[in-house]
Design a protein around this ligand. Sequence first.
Ligand code: VGL
Ligand code: ZN
Length: 199
Amino acid sequence: MKTLVLIDIQNDFLPGGALAVPEGDLIVPVVNRLLPEFDLIVATQDWHPADHGSFAASHPGQAVYSQGELNGLPQTFWPVHCVRNTGGALFAPGLETRRIARVFPKGMDAGIDSYSGLFDNGHRVSTGMGEWLKTAGALELWVAGLATDYCVKFTVLDALREGFGVNVLSQACRGVDLTAGDCARALEEMRAAGAKVIG
Ligand code: VGL
Ligand code: ZN
């Protein structure tokens, strides 16, 4: 069961979006080209309430892209992005979505962020993705999407911990690189944890 996991390929993460990932749009044709190789395809969608605690705007005086804490966990304060049921939260135009078997929304609890597609950042609540994939017979995952240094990385690390074999499709990922080198370090961290980073 060759399984593809697409992470947060949403308008707000594309150039021109609220939390633009440089070259985020370039992965769309790459992903579309890969789809026929897979038996099972799932996706995540960052799906925040308008007052989500990861937004700088939810904390008066807090600058976007600054670091702080949210309910005891370290938190980067982001621009308002991927508010559920808004255009910014929709999948990228041009992304072939017809074969996506199931979409797992995440980040709905205003009090905690959820970079990983499997658990919130405190590992308190599961999205159900890991269980669902196991029930579907998936053992090995191929991961693509946005952003390499946040949601891709934490999804990969959680999937490894859950016992999946994990391959990172690096040409089908792009990152934020808030600090230069973040993406390279994220790929190295995934590799060190047991993921295979492939073209
Ligand atoms: C993401 C920051 C905030 C991501 C989501 O998809 O990588 N990054 N929310
Ligand atoms: Zn988010």
